[in-house]
Ligand binder design. Structure first.
Ligand SMILES: [Zn+2]
Length: 199
């Protein structure tokens, strides 16, 4: 299915200090997207020409309280809904694995992204493809999850997309999105504090 992302507008670019190597070689570009239902979304992309450090931060302009976003994906049109995931948010797919939710957690390699629900499924599939190559992993169960993700991408499986967003800057651009307040657990708070310390 076709992905329809709005065209970004470049707001500015600058060279600044890299948090990894401390040299003034981090090139940062800031883009603005206008997303229907959600409104303006900014994306900052950084790359250090000295050490290769990269980051991508994505957030809606209007910050909310810590929140959990849920979308029940029950028809193929839902696959085209745009999703904004801030790097600090956890993304879960419920209903495709008997083992429980599939999870994409924030971490050192966590990246913000703006994509469609289908694009989120492709990201999960890439992770599962990688995991299935690991000899320590139960290959049969891994392939089951992979097939479930492929069926979901083809619009043949229902599931629920859940984003746990401690900063309140992620979004799912559908009027059917359910928004609930999120109780911040200690571990999430610690992660957020560590992130702030890095900056
Ligand atoms: Zn660097």
């Amino acid at each position: 299915m076709e992905q329809r992302l709005p065209e970004p507008v470049k707001l500015h670019e600058e060279k600044t200090k890299c948090p990894a190597c401390n040299k003034e070689t981090l090139e940062v570009q800031v883009y603005l997207y206008q997303v229907p239902i959600i409104g303006p979304v900014t994306m900052a992309v950084g790359r250090c020409s000295n050490c290769g450090f990269t980051f991508r931060d994505v957030r809606v302009a209007e910050q909310k309280s810590p929140q959990i976003l849920r979308l029940k994906v029950t028809k193929p049109e839902h696959l085209n809904v745009l999703v904004v995931r801030a790097p600090s948010a956890t993304v879960k797919i419920r209903g495709l694995s008997e083992e429980g939710d599939l999870e994409m957690k924030p971490g050192p390699v966590a990246d913000g992204f703006i994509t469609t629900v289908e694009g989120v499924l492709h990201r999960f599939k890439e992770i599962v493809d990688f995991l299935c190559e690991d000899p320590e992993v139960n290959r049969e169960k891994c392939l089951q999850v992979k097939r479930a993700l492929e069926d979901a991408i083809d619009g043949k499986r229902r599931f629920e997309l859940i984003i746990e967003d401690p900063e309140g800057v992620s979004a799912i651009a559908s009027h059917e999105t359910i928004v609930e307040p999120m109780n911040i657990k200690n571990n999430t708070q610690t992660e957020k504090e560590m992130r702030e310390d890095e900056n």
